[in-house]
Design a protein around this ligand. Structure first.
Ligand code: ZN
Ligand code: ZN
Length: 289
């Protein structure tokens, strides 16, 4: 599996939209990997992991084509993780697609080329949020179906085996992480996961991982709260994987969803986290799992 990080920042942006603190100013001045858009990722051009406001613009910037994605796994319905507007540009009058380009341009439409059907997977909170704004007709027009996930219940999609794991973000079950397996390789994508309760740790223990991607939102702030992970918690989880012998060949642990006020700019954080065995992801980073 090949994964591209389309964004690695948390909700307030990196630099913070309205902030001039040391970290935000450093990011603004030095640019590059210190700038983080909203966290999202794409797997093999097929599976989208969240779809926040910057997923599509960043994909184009990194030379990624998301037009043929067939699966969208949503961790939770917060606005930095799903922007419904982007999905609304899928609708089109496909009967005009066979016309010569010059003639096609005489018709309206958000796209002139074919797409795949998109299956959106998410928890009850995500379903409620999307169904509040889209009726059945809208789902159909945009060639989308919604499937509600259940923690611990694996499903197959496009050759991937996916197991949702309940997180704690605001409340238990508001966010879900995903264990994704294909061709004998295994990835855990854990965003806004907060904590995993003992029954969910049981699910985590049933796999051997090659890559873990986990939110590191609170970074050096170990006080934090239950709604996000900090570096201290990330290290406890790293321990969990080692202690339970869950680390497969070439195991890597990446941090994403980083907030500017607790995670130092990439230039500095990469060493701080690196010394502890963690890697700091950045926008555009492509990894082989
Ligand atoms: Zn978030
Ligand atoms: Zn959130």
């Amino acid at each position: 599996m090949k994964l591209t990080f389309l964004g690695t920042g948390a909700g307030e942006g990196y630099p913070g939209f309205w902030c001039r603190c040391e970290h935000c100013t450093y990011a603004r001045t030095h640019g590059g990997r210190n700038i983080r858009a909203y966290s999202a990722a794409v797997l093999d051009d097929t599976v989208l992991l969240d779809c926040g406001p910057t997923a599509f613009p960043n994909a184009s910037r990194f030379g990624k084509d998301l037009t043929q994605a067939q699966v969208l796994l949503i961790t939770h319905p917060h606005e930095d993780h799903v922007l419904p507007l982007q999905l609304m540009w899928r609708a089109a009058d496909e009967s005009t697609h066979a016309l010569p380009y010059a003639e096609r341009t005489q018709h309206g439409g958000a796209r002139f080329t074919p797409i795949q059907d998109l299956t959106i997977y998410g928890n009850a909170f995500t379903e409620e949020a999307l169904r509040r704004i889209w009726d059945t007709d809208t789902f159909q027009k945009n060639r989308m179906t919604f499937v509600r996930i259940q923690e611990g219940e694996a499903f197959s999609a496009c050759g991937y085996r996916i197991t949702p794991v309940r997180g704690h973000h605001g409340q238990p079950g508001f966010s879900h992480s995903y264990i994704i397996e294909k061709d004998g390789r295994c990835l855990l994508y854990a965003l806004d996961s907060g904590r995993f309760d003992p029954d969910q740790q049981e699910i985590l223990r049933q796999h051997v991982y090659h890559t873990v991607i986990m939110e590191g939102t609170y970074g050096l702030n170990s006080a934090g709260d239950e709604n996000h992970m900090s570096l201290k918690k990330n290290l406890e989880w790293l321990q969990f994987f080692h202690y339970n012998h869950l680390c497969g060949e070439g195991f890597r642990f990446y941090l994403t969803h980083m907030s500017p006020h607790w995670c130092p700019p990439h230039d500095q954080y990469v060493d701080i986290a690196g010394k502890q065995g963690l890697e700091v992801a950045y926008d555009g980073l492509e990894i082989e799992i």
